[in-house]
Design a protein. Sequence first.
Length: 406
Amino acid sequence: MNTNDLNTALYEKIAAEQDKYRDWLKSQPPAEVLNHAYEYTVREDIVMAMEELELTDAQAQALLDSPTPLADVYRHFEKLETGYMDVIRDSIENRADDVCKMKEPLAGHALVVEPGKKPYVKDISFSLESLQKEVGGDIQAVYPFHEPVALICDEEGKLKGKPLNRTLRDEAGSIYDVMAGTFLVVGLGEDDFAALEPELLEKFSQHFEIPEMFAQINGKLVVTAMRSPDDPKVPQQQGDMVPLYPHTVSYAKEHGELEAYRASLRTNYKCKEAIEAAVREHFDGMYLSHDAAKGVIQTYGIDRVMLVLANTVQLQDWDGRYSRRNKEWAKTIPNYNSDSVRGGYAVNSHPAVLNGFIDLVREEQQRSCTKDEKAGPPRTSVREKLKKETPVVNRSTVPKKGEPER
């Protein structure tokens, strides 16, 4: 037999011995079973250890020669002094310390983010029971940011059907997850959750400031910022100096232009919100004001406004409330973002009203093109053009009066 064969034979012999011991133990009264519980457990561990242990030929053969190698190893183990009880004592003390820490009245600032509402600061205890009470269930912590913060939510929030709250996006602005139900933004201590530092409290208050509204459109999740018409942070007329970025996020990463890509994407979001605000302000329930689009165009430029509107029509091409003419127009405007990113700046206004808004923007674009043509080089008058085109006649070849032509 080679080494592998000897070890395999030994394992099979020890396993068979344990099976026989187990069958015997099952036939004993309960009190006797309890008396042998420790021995049975250790013997199980010995069998498990033999699955991976590689003994030398001499070692394997020595144990194989015994009629009961498993019982022999167990009796040897009984005589050894192990640190088993030390581990037990340490476990008792450590668990007691953990419970004491959990009961300590640690409290501090946390940010509470509820669906459909702006976040607010609250003093809470960071005990397990307190955190569970705040989010309404067993807690789950996620760490989506580079800063030392955690988002604590109900781990079964989506399964329970809690309302969607805020999106989590990657560097490119793509949505990769959505928080459901109320969640907390807390700081991280050495071993546990802690109060948020003032600068982090301010930063994430701004990050989650605008509530989001969610809808399924044509099988896709569409996310819209929930801003009221009188919200002072709804974009007003101001110079938009951010250029429209014309490439994909992959191109931006490869060429070191990721910040320009992000700036343009953020401006798309603001432009979309400005369009929604303009529609609300200029639509009286029956008619859309003829100057509804002017303010948004002045703020964000005609190219960006057309991009955001065309993006919306492209994502909702199935909707018959957009005219065929506007659908065909939308197809002529390219968009290099993924559908998940594009959904973030899809306008959430009534399609029939938005269709009229698109007409206004296209009319404004046409007027702008006409003005550019008129502002070109001055046109030449017909008289001047004829003068330039009249050939010069050589007088020597003109026949005199009364002289026959040759």
